[in-house]
Design a protein around this ligand. Structure first.
Ligand code: AMP
Length: 411
């Protein structure tokens, strides 16, 4: 089935075509008809599957059609997301898809003064996308009137629970009409998420994508056994062999992120970092540079990069193994997005083997192993050390040449 065959507003079809989206992805194929019918949806969808458009397309359509016959200015749809970055990203999808319709959306940022947000809200927007904390604040101060909400979306609900948003979400429910359509999206499911979901949805349509293998089929993922002290050589070596690739490197902590950046710098590789110690403006700048390809290597922690949609990330490297299979699924899901193919490689040291065993168990099937012989392993390290030496050598030689020239000129 093609988007052309769907009964949705022509304006949306125009935007889809502009973005080169011809056919729905699995999650879109499964969700769009139910959402159009007004049913509640509980979707367990991996990241990168096209889930934002899966809810944005039918929501824009429904609001657009309604506005053809009835002008109304109140907020009709509320989308909650765990982080500012994700909220902005969702807003961008809404804006792109609604460009040729009557529908408007607005993303509520923390860090922006409330007055300008109030003005924008009073101006009249149809869809608000925000994190639960800031939303609750605005609703409590009666700046944001949520009494006309017809559709509520919770995106990355598992991540919202991880970040401790549960109380904000529950409190927010006091301001939102019970008689509404609720769309609940989560990449993973456990008892806490099920409890929250069933508190919010009503007799939902349950959509689950390949539950046995939570990693998208578009992603080829494997693990290599590399000792802690050698990881930087293997990373630098990978980058040297794939100089034009957009690469996302995951590490366990903020401190590790900066350390890996410094280690790469010593190996002659430029990279940027994104983690919780960075200011919002710095994080946004890093995302911009990576998105536009000004920087090709981004080193990130789990929290800072979850849900982030950056086109064309060709490879994800788990420099440190993640703590849980949920984190693993989220991390590797940064590549192979939409209809693209991607690859993910995890570096596992001796100390991390128990973590790997856990991952194998929880992912439903073991991660593929990259078997390196002792010779190949040693060769990679030697090659990298050699490359570094030559780099230094050539730098020194260049410096010497420059000095000679200067001396000649002085004479
Ligand atoms: P999401 O899971 O919403 O973060 O989307 C992941 C990626 O899939 C984004 O880069 C979208 O632009 C892309 N995408 C969404 N829908 C489609 C589609 N129907 N065809 C191709 N790519 C898509």
């Amino acid at each position: 089935m093609k988007f052309d065959d769907y009964i949705i507003a022509e304006g949306i079809k125009k935007s889809l075509a502009k973005q080169g989206f011809k056919k729905p992805t699995d999650i879109q194929f499964k969700s769009i008809p139910s959402i159009l019918k007004g049913e509640d949806v509980l979707a367990i969808a991996q990241t990168g599957t096209g889930k934002t458009a899966a809810f944005a397309i039918p929501i824009i359509h429904k609001i657009h059609i309604k506005k053809l016959i009835k002008q109304s200015n109140g907020v009709k749809c509320l989308v909650m997301a765990p982080t500012h970055e994700l909220a902005q990203q969702i807003d961008k999808v809404f804006r792109d898809l609604s460009k040729h319709t009557k529908v408007s959306s607005y993303c509520i940022h923390g860090g922006v003064d409330r007055d300008s947000q109030q003005l924008k809200i009073e101006d009249g927007v149809d869809i608000i996308i925000a994190t639960p904390g800031r939303l609750f604040d605005l609703a409590k101060r009666q700046i944001l009137d949520l009494r006309n909400i017809e559709i509520l979306v919770l995106d990355e609900a598992d991540h919202m629970l991880d970040l401790g948003f549960i109380e904000d979400i529950k409190e927010l429910m006091r301001f939102i009409p019970k008689d509404r359509q609720t769309l609940f999206f989560s990449a993973t499911i456990n008892d806490a998420i099920k409890r929250l979901a069933y508190d919010m949805v009503d007799n939902p349509i349950r959509i689950e994508l390949s539950p046995k293998d939570p990693v998208s089929k578009n992603i080829e993922h494997a693990v290599a056994f590399i000792e802690m002290d050698d990881k930087r050589f293997f990373l630098a070596n990978y980058i040297a062999n794939h100089p034009a690739q957009k690469l996302l490197v995951f590490v366990r902590t903020k401190v590790r992120a900066e350390r890996v950046k410094n280690a790469l710098e010593r190996e002659g590789v430029e990279s940027i970092t994104i983690h919780g110690d960075k200011l919002q403006a710095e994080r946004e700048e890093a995302m911009r540079a990576f998105r536009q390809g000004d920087s090709l290597v981004l080193i990130a922690t789990d929290i800072s990069a979850r849900g982030i949609d950056i086109p064309d990330v060709e490879c994800v490297i788990n420099y440190d193994l993640p703590e849980s299979s949920e984190h693993y699924v989220h991390r590797v899901g940064r590549t192979g997005r939409g209809m693209n193919k991607g690859q993910a490689i995890s570096f596992c040291s001796q100390e991390e083997r128990p973590l790997l065993e856990e991952l194998d168990k929880n992912l439903g099937k073991p991660i593929m192993r990259i078997e390196l012989t002792k010779g190949e392993y040693a060769l990679t390290i030697e090659a990298q050390k050699e490359a570094l030496k030559t780099d230094w050598q050539s730098l020194l030689e260049e410096e010497e040449k420059r000095d000679k020239k200067k001396r000649k000129k002085k004479k």
